[in-house]
Write a protein that binds this ligand. Structure first.
Ligand code: FAD
Length: 311
């Protein structure tokens, strides 16, 4: 049994941004069975809860959270192949899933190599890279509500769009998922993975030295079907965004759409810097940036889209 309870846990210890105050209780579980057990106990408690995965897409308030946090992450991948389908727990890391499918000679998820976080978090945010996203290959998911009700649903019920799904607004935890893949050439897929990991290493910060949550804003929507989605980082860089700072928050030197936690940085600094980035994109290019990263908890001043404030 690997259920662990941390009292007065600091969220900074459970997010890649290394930011966020304490919550009264953090319960960590790894398997679908443990998750269901914890939910069956939490559903009768008065203290509400939120669920996190790898914490790689979150900015948690400096003031901490007034609720219990349930963390669904495992470092022992829970994966099973049946034909060309692969079933995986929501707690398994997305990169472990990518590597498993490649080693099995299955094509489709190699593009997700190196993306931090869990399979559950990736499905909620329809994570992806190089024009491919996890929703493209999903066959079904097992969902669990905060009341402990189970449901199996297909991707047509999840409202997938670019970096989005309707799970962001639903009371539903991704317990496990099945992906439908195609047979591929293992050696070719391993080569693709190596190239992708090299590109990511070159473009992304080293999280142990420059904590962050990846790209802060979504890329720009095309205005017609003839156009491709354009990189927000490009526009921010053209506008001079790399020089922006607020308190201890600054912009990554190689990518103008990534905020880094510097010395004495607070979550509020990150919010303020993101407002400056959005204002710059509006002023120079009349672009309305949409956040990809989710804010959790209380912040001074308003967060533009309340749906992004998950607690
Ligand atoms: C260096 C870096 C690079 C990145 N590169 C990319 C990239 O190339 N492409 C990309 O798409 N993203 C990228 N990201 C962002 C991030 O990795 C993804 O958004 C990831 O899928 C988030 O997963 P997570 O488990 O960390 O989710 P968390 O950050 O823990 O949570 C995010 C949201 O998902 C919900 N959630 C988490 N697990 C579950 C579950 N099992 N069931 C229901 N809800 C759940 C949470 O409640 C929350 O609302 C990057 C981040 C970093 C730090």
């Amino acid at each position: 049994m690997s259920i662990k309870i941390f009292v007065k846990a600091k969220l900074a210890d459970f997010t890649t941004f290394r930011l966020g105050g304490a919550c009264p209780k953090l319960i960590s579980c790894e398997t679908p069975e443990e998750l269901e057990k914890v939910i069956s106990q939490l559903k009768d408690e008065t203290l509400p809860f939120i669920l996190i995965g790898g914490g790689s897409n979150l900015v948690v308030s400096d003031q901490g959270l007034d609720c219990c946090v349930l963390r669904y992450v495992t470092d022992k991948p829970l994966l099973k192949r049946e034909g060309n389908d692969v079933t995986v727990s929501g707690s398994t890391s997305l990169d472990a899933l990518a590597l498993f499918t490649i080693e099995q000679g299955l094509e489709g998820l190699q593009y997700t190599s190196g993306i931090p976080g869990t399979v559950g978090g990736a499905i909620v945010g329809n994570a992806g890279a190089f024009g491919k996203q996890v929703g493209d290959f999903l066959k079904s998911v097992i969902l669990l509500s905060s009341k402990g009700e189970r449901a199996k649903v297909g991707p047509e019920n999840l409202g997938f769009s670019y970096r989005n799904s309707n799970l962001k607004e639903r009371d539903a935890i991704v317990v496990s998922a099945t992906f439908a893949l195609k047979p591929g050439n293992k050696e070719k897929l391993l080569g693709e993975r190596k190239d992708i990991l090299n590109v990511r290493k070159e473009k992304h910060p080293d999280l142990s030295k420059e904590p962050c949550a990846g790209s802060f804003f979504r890329n720009i929507e095309p205005t017609s079907k003839a156009e491709k989605r354009q990189a927000t980082g490009y526009f921010l860089e053209q506008a001079g965004g790399k020089d922006l700072k607020h308190g201890g928050a600054y912009i990554y030197s190689k990518h103008a759409n990534i905020i880094i936690k510097g010395k004495d940085c607070t979550s509020q600094d990150v919010l303020e810097l993101s407002k400056k980035m959005a204002a710059l994109a509006k002023e120079k290019f009349n672009l309305d940036l949409v956040r990809e990263v989710r804010f959790v908890g209380k912040f001074a001043g308003n967060v533009k889209n309340p749906k992004e404030l998950i607690w």
